[in-house]
Ligand binder design. Structure first.
Ligand code: ZN
Ligand code: ZN
Length: 347
């Protein structure tokens, strides 16, 4: 009889409409090769060569203020530009291009070069959440903007060259691919049932408990049933809100608490500053009603079984569809067992 915890199977991603191949039987193979650890990173609190540290000069010649909490500025090497002329390119219906307007912002989470998110005091994370809200509000007032992506790309393994704790905000005039997919699925569900897809999903997970990692008064962190990355998680708000702007004071604090604890668990997994790409998914702006949209945040970490061994998305995954060996249930159990106190603060 089919048992999804033992037999190869595919799982459906309710948010994107994509499928993933899960091969639980393969985790019974012994892991080969030695488990590597990394030397402790002893970064200074201030680096004179860092473009994010307070008082330093950036590539465009401007100087950072002596900021004391968080700081945001327009990326000196933006992928999107606001003054892009509008226009289209089309030949024979086969060569299609459209101009894209937008803006890329960089946000420093702390003046302290040596810290990462789980090491910042909760008060400091609340300030970051408030800055995200301010930026979201300001960017959404620009009628050209239709979507605002708030994200963090962390760790050298993710191609992030600067260890200073920081994130990015890209705002643009069209809906990016993942957002277009999630808009379609969430709105179809809402239209059919009059309820939030993610709220129903979260409640089912709360009953099953198997994939829950953390929970507080206003948020749940879980390994999605359809997760691709070994330790992928998603934070879902318990209230059906479309964007971070709707967070109450209490929700803001609970979100900061959740961010601190979840990232501490990640660092504790392999006793290393855990690399990931993480970001919020929110309703489009200046684009009519999006009642079906439910705010959430994805964490996509690449590490598989040590501080240096990562999952590769190659071969079958590049050509067919994503595949994983360790099950989401197993990963959730691992993460659940870990302390929410950062390993550097333990003892
Ligand atoms: Zn720095
Ligand atoms: Zn999403």
């Amino acid at each position: 009889m089919f048992d999804y915890k033992e037999h190869p199977h595919t799982r459906y991603n309710q948010l994107t409409g994509d499928w993933i191949l899960v091969s639980p039987h393969r985790t019974k193979r012994p892991w080969q090769g030695k488990v590597e650890t990394l030397p402790p990173d002893n970064r200074p609190a201030y680096d004179p060569k860092c473009y994010l540290c307070p008082g330093n000069t950036r590539a465009d010649g401007s100087q950072n203020p002596q900021y004391t909490d968080s700081f945001v500025f327009t990326n000196d090497f933006s992928a999107l530009l606001h003054n892009t002329p509008e226009g289209q390119f089309s030949v024979g219906g086969l060569l299609e291009a459209r101009s894209e307007q937008g803006v890329c912002r960089v946000i420093s989470f702390s003046p302290d070069h040596s810290l990462t998110l789980p090491e910042i005091a909760e008060e400091g994370i609340v300030e970051v959440v408030e800055l995200w809200q301010q930026e979201f509000k300001a960017l959404s007032q620009d009628p050209v903007i239709r979507y605002i992506q708030i994200f963090e790309n962390k760790g050298e393994i993710m191609g992030c060259s600067n260890p200073h704790p920081h994130g990015q905000i890209w705002a643009q005039g069209s809906l990016p691919l993942e957002i277009a997919k999630e808009t379609k699925t969430q709105e179809a569900y809402f239209k059919e049932r009059g309820r939030s897809l993610l709220l129903d999903y979260m409640q089912l997970e709360q009953e099953q408990k198997e994939r829950i990692v953390l929970e507080n008064e206003h948020f749940v962190a879980l390994v999605p049933f359809w997760a691709i990355w070994p330790y992928e998680t998603m934070i879902i708000s318990k209230r059906h809100v479309q964007t971070i702007l709707q967070f109450t004071e209490a929700e803001k604090r609970a979100f900061a608490d959740m961010l601190k604890k979840l990232t501490a668990k990640y660092d504790n997994l392999f006793s290393v500053s855990f690399p990931y790409s993480a970001g919020m998914h929110q309703a489009p702006v200046n684009d009519g009603q999006h009642e079906g949209w439910h705010w959430h945040m994805h964490f996509y970490p690449p590490l598989l079984r040590s501080a240096t061994v990562k999952k590769f998305m190659v071969g079958y995954e590049m050509l067919a569809n994503p595949q994983r060996d360790i099950t989401p249930e197993w990963a959730a159990e691992k993460l659940r067992e870990l302390s929410t106190v950062h390993y550097k603060e333990q003892q």
